[in-house]
Design a binder for this molecule. Sequence first.
Ligand SMILES: [Zn+2]
Ligand SMILES: [Zn+2]
Length: 192
Amino acid sequence: MKTLDEYLTLAEKAHGHLCAGQVLGVRLAMLGLRKLGIADAERERKRLVTYVEIDRCVTDAVALVAHCRLGKRSLKFFDWGKVAATFVDLQTGRAIRVSAKESSKQRAKQMFPEMEKEHGQQKAYAVLPDAELFDTAWVHVEVPPEDLPGFRGPRVVCAECGEGINFQREVIANGRTLCRACAGPRYYHPLP
Ligand SMILES: [Zn+2]
Ligand SMILES: [Zn+2]
């Protein structure tokens, strides 16, 4: 595993700036990988699927250290607004969820009370022990075959909109094969 500083250099470059979220995210992912006994996620790229629960700075750092990407299907996003991630070891079936303690911000403030908040957090998150920053829990994650990176399956076409659907995301409604948008609530609405 790379050192915290090495990861932070990479994270700063990938994310565009160094921030408290990068430090927390690198620490969070390093802890998760260490628990799973994965020394180098890049070298063992087929071994890990990571579930993230927020779309913020911290997520970029987690994805970097875990070497998981949305485009590789090894990064899964649940929009729960929580600073937490679950690392699933596909080789062993073990999974560890690491979440930031609600008290971590307060701890950072106590540590560097004279510092401006963002800078103080960056420094504190780099040095506070894991146990003061995170909670960890062994969990079970069922990763269905169609969610795995490299899954190959039939591609079907939505009977309503005619768009192709991959990864068995189709829905059968009243005997028709539909995409999720046509079958239920959609996040976009066609303009008249
Ligand atoms: Zn940031
Ligand atoms: Zn459709």
